[in-house]
Design a protein around this ligand. Structure first.
Ligand code: NAP
Length: 308
């Protein structure tokens, strides 16, 4: 029986692990499919306090893990396939084959990339379609690259991809951007980036050839449709919270984000949340870490109150 099981190995999960292990609770972290969370897919993190020169996302998350291991956290490369939160101890099915029990649960399972949902896009994932510039940018040296989205992720990816691509075209469905001014200004100042606004993607080509060769675009103001040659197609349109496994046990909002019941508490006593699985507003490494800390303190107090 575990005192604390933490689902997720991003900033939120790792920080919860640091705090609960330092409180001698010997937490178990189930790392999930996207090990290290979104930071492991990013490049330079310039806004995490304490690193004036910035720090690489994967390095930051790895150092958090080392810190948690130092205090006695166990990490398991495993995924939760079912959860029974109907009574305590909570029961979790791991990788579809083994059940474990825990007195408290911290859900820090984050959010996964959102896709456009075009059949052609889905067919070409890994064959020119990607949601991770850091992972796949290298493959498009000297090629034509397209990035979809109007938020900070799209700006970051577009800028990063200019290291590789001959040209990067940023496509956004509106002419206003969610991205912060500093990120948008960098994109606008980058001579290798072209911006197409009020534009949507109707199709990624060519599914028949099993590789990305171009896209069909449509200007939503004029209705004009046209094709562009593209070899790398990067989708950066936000994320979907990883809460499917909790079905109707946890209170979720219509988009699947965990609903807060105050502090880091969910609707179920003993189940806490941290990070992007609940936070659709701030979604920063530092806020996820802060939330991990809050969840850990809540779990610790709960266990103490229960006499453990
Ligand atoms: P986001 O801010 O939610 O932006 C998503 C973008 O994708 C929006 O421009 C949205 O368009 C567009 N979009 C959504 N669905 C679409 C669809 N079906 N078709 C076409 N376009 C679609 O997501 P994000 O950029 O991933 O950023 C998430 C959070 O992480 C933000 O808080 C951001 O500040 C933060 N972040 C920070 C950094 C950094 O500081 N280094 C880097 C990356 C992310 P509309 O605007 O029209 O809705």
């Amino acid at each position: 029986m575990h005192n604390v099981v933490i689902i997720g190995s991003g900033c939120a999960g790792n920080t919860a692990a640091i705090y609960t292990s330092r409180a001698n609770l010997q937490p178990l972290v189930l790392m999930g499919k996207e090990v290290g969370g979104q930071l492991s897919l990013t490049t330079l993190v310039e806004n995490f306090p304490g690193f004036p020169e910035g720090i690489d996302g994967p390095v930051l998350v790895q150092r958090m893990r080392e810190q948690a291991e130092h205090f006695g956290t166990t990490y398991r490369n495993a995924e939760v396939t079912k959860a029974d939160l109907s009574k305590r101890p909570f029961r979790l099915e791991i990788d579809g084959e083994e059940w474990i029990e825990t007195r408290t649960l911290i859900v820090a399972s984050g959010a996964s990339a959102r896709w456009l949902g075009l059949p052609s896009e889905q067919k070409l994932i890994g064959k020119g379609v990607s949601s991770c510039a850091t992972c796949d940018g290298f493959f498009y040296r000297g090629k034509q690259i397209m990035v979809i989205g109007g938020g900070d992720s799209a700006m970051e990816e577009a800028n990063f991809l200019t290291r590789f691509g001959q040209k990067v075209t940023l496509v956004h469905r509106r002419d206003e951007f969610r991205a912060s001014k500093i990120m948008l200004d960098r994109v606008r100042a980058n001579p290798k980036i072209e911006m197409l606004t009020n534009t949507v993607v109707d199709e990624v080509m060519d599914p028949a050839k099993d590789i990305v060769t171009g896209v069909k675009l449509r200007n939503i103001q004029t209705g004009e449709t046209y094709e562009r040659q593209v070899e790398g197609f990067f989708v950066a349109i936000g994320h979907i919270p990883n809460t499917r496994v909790f079905g109707n046990q946890l209170d979720l909002d219509p988009d699947g984000y965990i609903v807060s019941h105050g502090g880091a508490r969910t609707n179920i006593t003993g189940v806490f949340y941290a990070g992007d699985v609940q936070d659709r507003t701030y979604r920063q490494a530092i806020t996820a870490s802060g939330a991990g800390c809050m969840a850990a303190i809540e779990a610790e107090r709960f266990l103490e109150h229960e006499g453990h």
